[in-house]
Design a protein around this ligand. Structure first.
Ligand code: OAD
Length: 230
């Protein structure tokens, strides 16, 4: 067992090969949907049915999707390293179904619903849709357990702590355009090995500092693992 702690930051790109759309690539979700209408508290207040329709469909798609090679390969890292923590911006559960045991969902989880009044009242709903009139135990309407634009990211402090104590940092399939998640990469210890797997040049990175596997996660993760375990 190797002693290093690995922290992996993932985004929508890692689930693309499982058939789930990314947000900002051409044909991505934010080309087809208005971000303010479906992913903000203002949108929820104006037209909750539209928001529920958006997340009910995404929940159904995520439940029907299967973890791909990248999710499974990351889970296998746990056989080689003392500690592996995944910090994901994704709201699907493909890391867990791929076998990873420590997953932090920065932007929430599709398979959970919460009270619109009290964010600490959270329910597992699995694949089921949320409908208008569905109530939490406090009598308030249920809403998706998703962190919307303009809302606090409750797990951010925990994520910063994980990145600060990482010995190896890996970033996979995220444009790093959404804050505060994107700021995580600035919290690593100086000099540690840093890998990025993304077919695009994510512009925010000082790429000289990072080893870039410029390809899809499905193949890129295997190449990176070969290098890590060499
Ligand atoms: P984006 O859609 O912004 O970025 C997806 C990234 O994945 C891009 O850098 C692509 O180049 C890369 N990509 C595409 N296909 C890939 C593949 N097969 N393998 C590896 N990489 C691939 O998605 P995120 O960065 O995850 O938040 O977006 C961050 C947040 O913005 C999301 O969590 C969501 C969204 O609005 C909320 O809804 C709150």
């Amino acid at each position: 067992m190797l002693k290093e702690k690995i922290v992996v930051i993932t985004g929508a790109g890692i689930s693309a090969e499982s058939g789930l759309s990314t947000f900002r690539d051409s044909g991505g979700l934010w080309e087809k949907h208005n971000i303010n209408e479906v992913a903000s508290i203002q949108g929820w207040n104006i037209n909750p049915q539209k928001v529920l329709n958006f997340y009910n469909l995404r929940r159904k798609q995520a439940a029907a999707a299967q973890p791909n090679n990248a999710h499974k390969a990351l889970a296998k890292l746990e056989n080689h390293f003392d500690e592996v923590v995944i910090i994901t911006q994704n709201v699907d559960d493909l890391h867990e179904r791929g076998g990873s045991t420590k997953v932090i969902h920065l932007h929430g989880e599709l398979s959970k619903a919460r009270s619109e009044r009290d964010e600490s009242i959270i329910f597992d709903i699995g694949e089921k849709p949320i409908n208008l009139g569905d109530k939490a135990s406090d009598g308030a309407q249920l809403r998706p357990h998703i962190v919307w634009f303009g809302e606090m990211v409750p797990l951010m402090e925990k994520a910063f702590d994980e990145v600060e104590s990482a010995d190896i940092l890996i970033v996979i399939g995220t444009s790093l355009l959404v804050y505060p998640a994107a700021s995580l990469i600035n919290y690593s210890k100086p000099g540690i090995p840093k890998y990025i797997i993304d077919p695009a040049d994510t512009e925010l990175l000082n790429i000289e500092d990072w080893i870039h596997f410029k390809e899809n996660a499905g193949t890129g993760v295997d190449k990176m693992l070969n290098e890590l375990l060499r």
